[in-house]
Design a binder for this molecule. Structure first.
Ligand SMILES: Cc1ncc(COP(=O)(O)O)c(C=O)c1O
Length: 373
């Protein structure tokens, strides 16, 4: 079946084709570096043919991917992809067939639902508990598994709540996947900016059924490189994904591979994460103070990453988001309806000064207190 649009992309398409907003309270990625930041480390004689070495991706980059995830696996367990989005896409298409069931979290990344519908698989959603800070209960995931389940798809940190699945729960989920022989895909695209404890282990290291997806898009702000990965101990999963990719984008973007390899060098990575942490912690503190002072908003501060969900009183999230986009406010945030949560909005602390967060918050406060909505 044809792939159809989901609410999140529909809203983005609609609102980005209108008058551009002046302020953003919704950026999900750290401030993006510029090309000049990488030029000294790039070889001007680099051939712009494919990497000439491997259809899995540049070997040095695959090693860096494993290193940043703390995984001691073979570099052949990594496939470089056009972002985590393509990595997920390849997995949905190659591992699911019509009639299968896929268990996922709600709220979660809408790609799972879109792809399940297109494939003819049944999406089984396990609710995250808002009263428990959007916790995911692994026992509820286990209860959702049936003989038809082929895959569990989760995000860690969670998009949109920023909640973490901690190591003990990941281990319980890995045991669940092992005992049923089902794929456990964990999208770790938001990893690297953990505020509550250490970065949880990558699922690809915990079980041969674990598949990690990720990219340089979020904590490093390098979304435009379109460079991500999937990691799995099972060579057939890597091969099947590579075969599907050959029929789509064929090979990797060689410039993206080289810049990502530089960005993931340990000293560069540590400096970039330290900077993103400093900025992210400060803007999250600011969001926290803001929400505490707004009687119509409440939230659970994200445990990781730069986005979280706020509950809105007295109106719904979409009415608020749409009114805020209009003059004189001209400020963007994402309605929770993009995640099936009409009473929420997604707010974010990324993007750097260009997002004009402070001004945007002022405008949001004015609107919330205006009696207009
Ligand atoms: C959970 C999740 N997965 C994947 C993606 C896509 O990221 P990438 O730029 O790595 O393709 C996003 C982007 O917002 C995301 O939030």
């Amino acid at each position: 079946m044809k792939v159809t649009i989901h609410k999140l992309f529909d809203y983005l398409l609609e609102t980005t084709s209108a008058e551009p907003p002046e302020c953003f309270i919704g950026f999900s990625l750290a401030r993006s570096p510029q090309l000049k930041d990488f030029l000294p480390d790039l070889d001007p004689d680099l051939s712009l043919d494919w990497n000439g070495t491997s259809f899995l991706g540049l070997p040095a980059l695959r090693q860096r991917v494993l290193d940043q995830a703390g995984l001691r696996l073979s570099p052949d367990s990594v496939l470089i992809t056009a972002g985590a989005a393509e990595a997920n896409y390849l997995l949905f298409r190659q591992l699911l067939t019509a009639g299968d069931e896929i268990v996922t979290e709600a709220p979660g990344w809408p790609q799972a639902g879109v792809m399940a519908t297109a494939i003819g698989a049944r999406l089984v959603e396990v609710p995250r508990d808002e009263t428990q800070g959007w916790e995911l209960n692994p026992e509820a995931v286990a209860r959702a598994v049936t003989p038809k389940t082929r895959m569990i798809f989760l995000t860690n940190p969670n998009n949109p709540t920023g909640r973490l699945i901690r190591e003990a729960d990941l281990r319980a989920l890995a045991t669940l996947a092992d005992s049923h022989g089902i794929w456990l895909v964990v999208d770790e695209v938001y990893a690297g900016l953990e505020w509550a404890g250490a970065r949880p282990p990558s699922i690809a290291g915990l079980t041969p059924f674990g598949i990690t997806t990720g990219s340089v898009s979020k904590a490093l702000g390098l979304q435009g490189l379109r460079t991500g990965w999937l990691i799995c101990q099972n060579p057939q999963v890597i091969r099947d994904a590579m075969i599907l990719r050959e029929n789509g984008s064929e090979i990797m973007n060689v410039l993206g591979e080289h810049i990502a390899e530089v960005a993931l060098r340990p000293e560069r990575l540590a400096a970039a994460l330290a900077q993103a942490r400093k900025q992210g912690a400060a803007t999250l503190d600011r969001l926290e103070t803001f929400v505490a002072r707004e009687p119509r908003l409440s939230w659970h501060r994200p445990e990781a990453g730069l986005i979280g969900l706020a509950r809105v009183e007295g109106t719904d999230g979409e009415s608020l988001a749409r009114a805020l986009l209009q003059p004189p406010y001209r400020t963007f945030l994402l309605p929770g309806s993009a995640y099936g949560l009409p009473q929420h909005v997604r707010i974010g602390a990324g993007g750097g000064p260009e997002a004009r967060l402070e001004e945007g918050l002022g405008r949001l406060s004015t609107l919330l207190r205006s009696g207009q909505i």
